[in-house]
Design a protein around this ligand. Sequence first.
Ligand code: NI
Length: 248
Amino acid sequence: MMTSQTQNPFYLAEMTWPQIEDYLKNKDSILLPVGSTEQHGPTGLLGIDFLTAFDISMAVSQKTKTLVGPVLPFGMALHHMAFPGTLTLTPTTYIKVLVELIESLQKHGFKKVWVINGHGGNIAPITTAFCEFLNFDQKMDLQLINWWHLEEVTLYEKEVFADQNGFHATCGEISTTMYTHEEVYKRNPQIKLQEPGAKKTTWPLSPLEFRKHFPDGRMASLPSLANAHHGKIIFDKAVDSIVRKIHK
Ligand code: NI
């Protein structure tokens, strides 16, 4: 999805600089999808957090004719480092990356940045990056949307998955990628999980403590309940809810 061509005329990576210059004559906002590359239990894709952030942002971009930047696929995932495939930035690096990306946008004349986030571990560093940025430019309008926290999304997930949605490798995020990446799940080995992952504990945890407490990477979730049908509903709810916020 990220490297193959898309249908979105507002996707920055597939535009030219004169097109961005034209866009900035009438509009000054941009969507910036951010996620993480990290384990999502034995059945979830490592890319879930950035794939969802990107696909949701692309749909919002097309519906609102808002420019969307490329996705930042790496976030703060130190606690998942005891699982192979996880790629992380330290909090300090991640904050700096965000501040410098927002600074790049500001220098071109963007005044409003919607950070569309797909990963819980990014919330604290993103908030800190916003504070850092606003310390030297109080006029910038910085908005953080954690898509899985949107009210419509959480209400639906509670209704269909109840407590077994969990906190990591959730039924909601796995369903969403089963909808957007159906073929990928078909070719991956099918593992039937019978029991929900271990319950939440005190936070933060070191990578080794995390793996000890959550041996297969899931936090209280039972991803076997996930499916593409729920995924489409969750995806549409997230998109519609963000579109409404942008139009407000
Ligand atoms: Ni996730």
